[in-house]
Design a protein around this ligand. Structure first.
Ligand code: PMP
Length: 307
C-alpha cells in the first residue's frame, strides 16, 4: 500500500480507521481546491521518535488558513498534539506527517462562507521522496516551461492545495522528459523553486537562495539550512538568481521536508560543478542529519518527543 503504516487517521478530533477516513464528493475542497496542508517528518532518533519543527509547521498551517479566511476550529496546541497522537496511534517511529484543513460539505457556490472547516491528520512511512539514492548521488532536473504563480494571483506563502496544480504541471513535465524534478522560474524569469522544494546554489564559496518575493513557499527546511549554513560559517545570502546561474554554479541543491537536502547534479543536461554532490551540500546534509537524528545538540529546539 502507498500509505505504509497508516491504520488510523485523525478527523475533526477523532481517530478513525484508514478505510473510513472519507469525505463527500460534493465537498467544497474537491471542486475548488479549498484546502491548506502541511508536510512534516518524524525521525527515529537515539532518544526516540521526534517530530521536526512541528510548532513551525502548525504555525504555517494556521497562517495559510488565515490568508484564505479559514478559521480552524481547533487551537494550534490541539493540532500540534493531535499530530503526535496520530503518530502514537499508528505506532510509527519514522514517518511523514500530513495535516490538512479543508472546506467541507455544505454547498457548492464559489463563495465558501458557510462551509465547515474540517481538519484531518494522516501519518505514514514515506521513504526518500526523490528516490533512495538521491541524497548521495544527486538528481537530474530541468527548468520547467511552467512558471510559478504570479504575485497577487494565488498566494504562494500559503501552502494551499490549489498551488499544487501548478506543482503537478512542473513535476509531470519533468518526469515525462526523464528528469526527477523541475525547477520553475517566476513570472519575471527569475529562479523560483522546485515543484515541492526550495532551491539553493553555491557559487564562489557563497550560498545563495532566492528571496521570498520570487514566488517561493517559505520552507521550513529552507529556514533550517539558512541557520545551519551560518552556524557553519558560510556566507549565506538571499538574492534573485537568473536561470543561467544554475548552469555555472559550483553546487545546486533542493530543500524540503520530503526531499530533505537533495543535491542536483545536472540542470537541462548541463553538469553542475563536478556532476555529483559537492562539499558544501555534503557539509549541510551532515549538519542537518546530525541534529535531526540526534547526534548533535538540538540548540534551536527543533525536535518534539512523540512518545
Ligand atoms: N516549496 C514547495 C512548493 C513545497 O511544496 C515545499 C514542501 N512543503 C517546499 C518548498 C519546502 O518546504 P518545507 O521545507 O517547509 O517542506
Amino acid at each position: 500500500m502507498a500509505f505504509k503504516g497508516c491504520t488510523k487517521i485523525w478527523m475533526n478530533g477523532k481517530l478513525v480507521p484508514f478505510e473510513d477516513a472519507k469525505i463527500h464528493v460534493l465537498s467544497h475542497v474537491i471542486h475548488y481546491g479549498s484546502a491548506n496542508f502541511e508536510g512534516d517528518r518524524c525521525y527515529n532518533t537515539p532518544k526516540g521518535p521526534m517530530a521536526f519543527r512541528l510548532v513551525d509547521h502548525v504555525e504555517r498551517l494556521f497562517n495559510s488558513c488565515k490568508i484564505y479566511r479559514m478559521e480552524i476550529p481547533f487551537t494550534k496546541a490541539q493540532i500540534h498534539d493531535a499530530c503526535l497522537e496520530t503518530i502514537r496511534a499508528n505506532g510509527l517511529k519514522d514517518c511523514y506527517i500530513r495535516p490538512i484543513a479543508y472546506r467541507g460539505f455544505s454547498q457548492l457556490g464559489v463563495d465558501p462562507t458557510g462551509c465547515p472547516i474540517d481538519v484531518a491528520i494522516a501519518v505514514w512511512d514515506w521513504g526518500k521522496y526523490l528516490g533512495p539514492e538521491a541524497l548521495e548521488q544527486g538528481v537530474d532536473v530541468r527548468v520547467s516551461s511552467w512558471n510559478r504563480m504570479a504575485p497577487n494571483t494565488l498566494p504562494y506563502m500559503a501552502k494551499s492545495a490549489a498551488n499544487y496544480m501548478n506543482s503537478q504541471l512542473i513535476k509531470m513535465e519533468a518526469k515525462m522528459d526523464g528528469y526527477v524534478e523541475g525547477i520553475a522560474l517566476d513570472t519575471f524569469g527569475m529562479v523560483s523553486e522546485g515543484s515541492g522544494e526550495n532551491l539553493f546554489v553555491v557559487h564562489k564559496g557563497r550560498i545563495i537562495t532566492p528571496p521570498l518575493c520570487v514566488s517561493v513557499l517559505p520552507g521550513i527546511t529552507r529556514d533550517s539550512v539558512i541557520l545551519l549554513a551560518r552556524d557553519l560559517g558560510y556566507e549565506l545570502i538571499e538574492q534573485g538568481l537568473p536561470r543561467e546561474m544554475l548552469y555555472i554554479a559550483d553546487e545546486v541543491f533542493f530543500t524540503g521536508s520530503a526531499a530533505e537536502i537533495t543535491p542536483i547534479r545536472s540542470v537541462d543536461k548541463i553538469k553542475v560543478g563536478e556532476g555529483k554532490r559537492g562539499p558544501v551540500t555534503a557539509a549541510l546534509q551532515k549538519a542537518f542529519f546530525d541534529v535531526i537524528e540526534g547526534r548533535s545538540p538540538d540548540k534551536y529546539n527543533w525536535l518534539t518527543k512523540v512518545y
